[in-house]
Design a protein around this ligand. Structure first.
Ligand SMILES: *[C@@H]1O[C@H](CO)[C@@H](O)[C@H](O)[C@H]1NC(C)=O
Length: 318
């Protein structure tokens, strides 16, 4: 019988990043610094938006959701990567591996859906400025966020359950730094046809549909600006949409490059570098891209600090 000579795998080995052992400590410090920056930057955005009532608008509520999603997304892979860099046997239990896969998919897709909601928000703001508050009601914003959560729960659960069906035999070495689907599928020794089909169909839909929605909403924004060109309007629109578009291209550029253009020389090293880009770099850069050139965020930061200073000096005076 086929089942007879199969060993049940209880844990996987995560090979981590392809590097020499003398570089290990340097990279560990670098990644730790990047992770801390990601956490602090995104926390700062969330706290600022929560504290400052000027920022209680749909755009910033979505941004705060995006920051939350970024924060969780990097926490799915980074702590385990850092721990494994320090340990002799970089293993992860079977259940831990599936859990990591689930949350990786969950927050990755959530990010993608939130980018669509943000693009729609900018589209309404630019093309229907007079009806903006009526269209983007708190109810609609909340519905968009809840819908994103439901969709991403469904998608991640589907992929994870399909993965849990598979059996794994002798080889349990994942040549990657987290449990991602393609690496696990290569190790499986049962039939992976259904998994591949679902990944192909759902993956295509999830990458292409949001990308098209985002692209068409920014295309309409640009065309509506060009119809009634005023120097001030153009500047304002490009400064907000510019930061959105850089996040979108950072996020989708990597994913599309990775999944939709699989070249023949798609080596493990190249894949890992790309994965580092979207699991580590993108969540770290998002808060900076949004806030560096953003007057509202800077204003909020100024107001919060002056409030604290006043409170502090009042407290000392008493
Ligand atoms: C996410 O967006 C919703 C709806 O706009 C908002 O009510 C909620 O506070 C946001 N969540 C976070 C963590 O910012």
């Amino acid at each position: 019988m086929k089942m007879g000579n199969q060993t049940v795998i209880s844990e996987f080995i995560l090979l981590g990043l392809p590097m020499d052992s003398d570089q290990q400590n340097l990279f560990c410090a670098l990644f730790l610094a990047m992770y801390v920056t990601t956490i602090l930057g995104n926390l700062l955005i969330i706290v600022l938006i929560r504290l400052d009532s000027h920022l209680h608008t749909p755009m910033y509520l979505f941004l705060s959701n995006l920051s939350f999603s970024d924060l969780c997304f990097s926490s799915v892979t980074m702590p385990k990567l850092l721990q494994n860099m320090q340990s002799q046997v970089p293993s992860i239990p079977y259940a831990g591996c599936l859990t990591q896969m689930y949350f990786f998919l969950f927050f990755g897709n959530l990010e993608s859906f939130l980018l669509v909601a943000m693009a729609y928000d900018r589209y309404v703001a630019t093309c229907f400025p007079l009806h903006y508050t009526a269209i983007m009601s708190p109810m609609l914003c909340l519905s968009l966020v809840v819908l994103s959560w439901i969709l991403t729960t469904f998608i991640s659960l589907l992929h994870t359950l399909l993965m849990a069906r598979l059996s794994f035999c002798a080889n349990n070495v994942i040549p990657h730094f987290f449990c991602n689907i393609p690496a696990l599928l290569k190790l499986a020794c049962s039939d992976i046809q259904i998994n591949e089909m679902v990944i192909f169909i759902l993956g295509g839909l999830i990458i292409i549909v949001p990308f098209l929605l985002i692209f068409s909403s920014y295309a309409r924004i640009v065309s509506s600006i060009l119809k009634v060109p005023s120097a001030r309007g153009i500047c304002k629109a490009f400064s907000t949409c510019g930061s959105h578009l850089s996040v979108v291209s950072l996020f989708y550029g990597t994913i599309i490059g990775l999944y939709l253009c699989p070249s023949a020389n798609n080596s493990t090293v190249k894949e890992t570098v790309m994965a580092v880009r979207y699991t580590v770099i993108t969540p770290m850069l998002n808060p900076f891209i949004y806030s560096l050139r953003n007057q509202d965020i800077k204003g909020a930061l100024g107001r919060i600090f002056s409030k604290w200073t006043v409170q502090l000096s009042l407290g000392q005076g008493l």
